[in-house]
Structure formats: C-alpha cells, structure tokens
Write a protein that binds this ligand. Structure first.
Ligand code: PMT
Length: 410
C-alpha cells in the first residue's frame, strides 16, 4: 500500500452504532497509509467502543467532550476543521445524519462537522427500515447536494452477502474512497488535451423504489459511462462520475465517484457540480418514470389482487443542465433509439440544448446495454455528423472524448 496518505490529517467521527467496532480496522488502514487520525466520538459512540482502544490505535487522546477531562481545556472544533484534510464519519447513524442536516450542534462531532473546511465522507449505518425511511433518504439527498461523499456498500458487497442495505460499507471501501479523493486532489496532470478541465459523467441506470423490495430500473450496466470516465481521466480531465447502482469498480486519482440511486439524487448531484464543470457527458439511462407513491413496506399480493401502479415523470437531468449551460460549457447527451434513430436523436439534442448527441441504436447488433461494444453516430448542434463502426466501449469513449477536446478549441 505504501505511505500514500503521508502527512494527511483525518478526523474520524464515530457515532453510536454496532458498526463502531469496524472503526478500528479503518484507523489501521489510515495509519498504515501514513495518515494522522484524530477520533471524535459521540456520547452514544462511547457505549459501543472504548476511547482507550481508539487512542491506542491512533496514538492520540480521543475527543468526546467540549472540554478535555484531563485538564479542563477547551477542545477546539474550529482548529480541527482547519487541521483536517478529510473528515470521515463512520459509522454515521440516522440521528447524526439528521443533526448534520439541521445543524443540531449538541455534541463535539457535530460542532466539528459544522466547522469543517475539508471534504466530508459519511458511511451510513442503521437497520433497513431506518435506512429506507423518507427522512433518512431526504437527509442523505441533502448531504449529497452539499457535496458530502456518501460511502455506501458497493453492489458487489451487497451481492456477496457481506453486507446488507443500510449496513456500513466495509472499512477497505471507505478507506479507498477517502484515499482516491485525497490523492486526486494532490495530483495535477502535466499533459493531456483536457488538462485542467472538469467533466461530469453520468453512468448506469437509476433505480426508482416501488415498495420495500421492488423497483423500476433498466438494463444499463454502466460500462459505457465508466469507459468515458477513464478515457477523460487519461486525457487529463478531472472527472466527476455520477453513477447509478452498478457493479463496476474504478480506481483513478482523477476520478471522483458519486454513487446515487434515484433520478432525483442524480439530478441533485449534477446540479451541484455543474456550475464548476466545463462539460457534462450524460450517458446514464435515467428511468423516465417513478412511482407516484413509493411505500415503505412490502406490498402483499393478497392485499391487492389486480394491481396498478401510478407513475409520474422523473426530472430530465439533461434538460435541466441544458437550460443552465453557459456558452463556454459543453453538454453531450446520449440517445438510445430503436427506430427513426437520427430524427429522434436530433429532436432530443435540440429539446435539451445539447452540443452533441451520441446515438446508439438497439437495432445494431453488439450495441447498447450490457455488452462491451457499441456502434455510435455523433451528431452536433451545428449539423456535423460522425459515423463510427462497431468498437469496444473503451475505443468509443476515446472517440467521444476526442470530439469533446476538439470542441474546446473551436
Ligand atoms: O451502461 P451500458 O450497459 O454500457 O449501456 C450504455 C447505454 C446504452 C445506457 C448508453 O450508451 C446510452 O445510450 N445512454 C443513454 C440512454 C438513455 O436513457 O437515452 P434516452 O434517449 O432515454 O435519453 C436521452 C438523454 O437524456 C441521455 O443523455 C440521458 O442520460 C438523458 N436523460 C434522460 C432522461 C432523464 N430523465 N434525464 C436525462 O438526463
């Protein structure tokens, strides 16, 4: 692993969850990577893990109270906010998440959070009902919109049965998210046609809840969007990858990943990032509709007999960004079509104020969802048309990135 976090300062917030024992492993990973760790623990957190264990691992006294119990001196949350390169709250309970959103500064951890100047990472930990409750969903959405990095279990961790929804992400996963972000921040590419550009990429499907066990989604695997993120990073861009639920991993210092689930969450993150971005490439297959009234429990078959589901439209992320776009920004969308392909794609390009649209047709073998290849035509708002043969998605991504890079010179 090496000393990849040498000289980095991490404030680790621990709250009252059974997952608090996993903080020990997280501290070990940070310390092994060369970071200095200062633990701030809530009163409820102390019920789950002793400060002695934590201070033995960090070689520092644990901060819990506003005043130090040793000498009565004031623990300065403002100083911690300035000292830290990152604040990581793991585990984060529903209560702490609610307090963060509403500024309820009744313990040292929340006051530190409110004074924090560094990026904040949050690993939620609670039972499934609390996690699915609209209050928690809303609070997490708000925190995402404030650019908080929410580290949730990867689809792979869920599928392996290692963790369930609502359970805290594994320490290795939290560590990797913090490491990637801090390393990306410190790296400045020396070359590449997109050096110093920031590009948003949306990828994968969105998932819209119907009840506690069912959802609406589509077959997008995220492969095309992730290939774009890698190709952009290779070209020197800082990439903000906004990913729906996909089973893909990616590790590049210039790529910052924001995991989202619903179209509303994807919109909130994109709206937050777009003012500082030079371009956005919208490759996600956003669910066009969501349930008008998602329910928190499982709808039982015998309760209903015949069943009809009322759907309402999701926000159109491309259109929202198209309306905000400045002349210096570039907006590239995708069109997944089955018939009347070019006419439909051009209509979308105009309606959503895009500069380019990448057309892929489900009628072309080897194109579209899930596969490793794609056949695209890129159409521009100024009437240009570029046809490409069937290629690997990494090569398709390179073609799109080249068109984007060229457009900045025009
Ligand atoms: O993920 P893979 O398995 O690799 O598959 C790749 C892909 C087929 C998903 C990708 O190549 C692709 O075509 N993505 C866009 C799919 C799509 O939803 O197309 P659309 O024609 O419905 O939407 C047009 C554009 O508007 C897209 O840029 C889409 O991201 C955007 N959109 C759509 C709806 C919505 N509510 N908000 C949006 O931003």
């Amino acid at each position: 692993m090496g000393q990849v976090l040498a000289n980095k300062h991490i404030v680790l917030g621990i709250t009252g969850s059974i997952a608090a024992y996993k903080s020990c492993q997280l501290i070990r990973l940070f310390v092994k990577a060369g970071a200095e760790v200062q633990v701030v623990i809530t009163p409820a957190g102390r019920e789950f893990i002793t400060p002695i264990t934590l201070s033995a691992l960090t070689h520092k006294p644990v901060i819990s109270e506003f005043f130090s119990q040793r000498d009565g001196s004031w623990n300065s949350h403002v100083d911690l906010g300035l000292w830290a390169d990152a604040m990581v709250i793991a585990p984060a309970t529903a209560s702490t998440i609610g307090k963060m959103v509403h500024g309820v500064a009744d313990n040292m951890l929340i006051t530190t959070y409110l004074s924090m100047k560094a990026p904040v990472f949050l690993a939620p930990a609670m039972d499934l009902d609390m996690y699915r409750h609209p209050s928690t969903r809303q609070n997490l959405q708000t925190l995402r919109a404030w650019n908080t990095n929410i580290v949730e279990p990867e689809c792979g961790e869920l599928a392996s049965g290692l963790v369930g929804k609502g359970r805290m992400a594994e320490p290795e996963h939290i560590f990797a998210a913090v490491r990637d972000s801090l390393v990306a921040e410190g790296s400045s590419p020396t070359a590449g046609p997109l050096k110093d550009k920031t590009v948003i990429v949306t990828a994968g499907p969105t998932r819209e809840s119907i009840d506690a066990v069912r959802y609406i989604s589509n077959y997008s695997s995220g492969k095309m969007g992730f290939a774009l993120a890698e190709s952009l990073a290779k070209a020197g861009a800082h990439v903000e990858l906004v990913a729906g639920p996909v089973a893909l991993q990616l590790n590049h210092p210039l790529i910052r990943r924001h995991d989202v689930v619903t179209a509303d969450e994807m919109l909130a993150v994109c709206l937050n990032l777009f003012p500082k971005a030079d371009a956005a490439i919208l490759c996600a297959a956003v669910a066009d509709y969501k349930a008008a009234h998602a329910v928190a429990h499982k709808i039982k078959r015998e309760e209903t007999g015949a069943f009809s589901l009322q759907l309402v439209p999701n926000p159109d992320i491309a259109k929202a960004l198209g309306q905000l776009k400045s002349p210096a920004q570039r907006l590239i969308g995708f069109a997944l079509e089955t018939d009347n392909e070019e006419a439909n794609a051009l209509a979308k390009l105009e309606r959503k104020h895009m500069d380019y649209i990448v057309l892929n047709s489900l009628r072309d073998a080897g194109s579209g969802f899930g596969v490793d290849t794609n056949k695209v035509t890129i159409l521009s708002a100024t009437g240009q048309k570029y046809h490409f043969p069937l290629k690997n998605k990494t090569e398709v991504a390179d073609d799109i990135v080249e068109v984007l890079a060229t457009s900045f010179g025009e």
